[in-house]
Design a protein around this ligand. Structure first.
Ligand code: SAM
Length: 217
């Protein structure tokens, strides 16, 4: 077993947070942790990649007697063709270091979903999180969620493509809805126009919207 996996398992058993690698800062991880801690769930995430943000959301659920459902939706990539078909460009069009960070998961057996699953299991979170493998646009649910984290809204194109599918999944009586990478006023306006929350706030480029009872949470 690799040293990183051993350390992760050790940290999990000590109750420490040793997050998987990924794209959200430590500060954002803490914010996700505290926001998720306030919510009773059910929880929904779009875009876990290999589970960094997922682990921060799942962490506070570990000690709950009856933790509510947590579904994470990830397209997942297990070949260079998969990647190129979804994003329309080669992963090698990225700067070399970034491309290497992606390909080490894409090209391993089982692809990036295997890394996601492994990272959650190593942290004792595997039982808490259900992984939906596929495009958000193919996710169907009649359930509404009280915590939604969307890390698939990085520009206006992604906002318009992905957010409409999440609107019917919001529990408007009580929901915290978080988006990462809302980088400018035009993006913020576009998200607000689609979601129409009761309150919202930006923490850097971390957008937090609240609905119903969650406004006071
Ligand atoms: C910036 S990464 C997420 C980083 C991750 N949240 C972390 O903590 O490191 C965005 C992820 O969203 C996924 N994604 C983007 N659009 C998607 C869609 N429509 N359906 C499912 N997954 C999607 C990508 O495959 C990618 O793994």
């Amino acid at each position: 077993m690799k040293i990183r996996r051993i350390l992760a398992r050790l940290a999990a058993s000590c109750g420490l947070l040793l997050p998987p690698e990924g794209h959200v800062s430590k500060r954002q991880l803490l914010r996700l942790f505290w926001l998720a801690r306030k919510s009773s769930g059910p929880f929904l995430e779009v875009g876990p990649w290999v589970g960094r943000s997922t682990s921060a959301i799942a962490w506070p659920l570990r000690n709950r007697r009856n933790p509510s459902k947590f579904i994470t939706i990830e397209k997942g990539f297990a070949s260079l063709e998969d990647w190129e078909n979804f994003w329309g460009i080669s992963v090698y069009a990225k700067p070399p270091k970034l491309a290497e960070r992606y390909t080490r998961h894409i090209l391993r057996p089982g692809g990036s979903i295997a890394s996601l699953s492994e990272n959650l299991v190593d942290r004792g979170l595997g039982e808490l999180v259900t992984i939906f493998v596929g495009d958000l646009l193919n996710f169907c649910s009649t359930e509404q969620f009280r915590f939604i984290y969307c890390d698939a809204a990085h520009d206006l194109t992604e906002i318009k493509r992905n957010l409409p599918s999440l609107i019917p999944l919001i529990d408007r009586q009580n929901c915290i809805f978080v988006c990462d990478d809302i980088k400018n006023p035009a993006m913020c306006e576009a998200v607000l126009a689609l979601l129409q929350p009761d309150a919202h706030r930006l923490y850097g480029d971390f957008f937090v919207a609240r609905f119903g009872a969650a406004v006071d949470a």
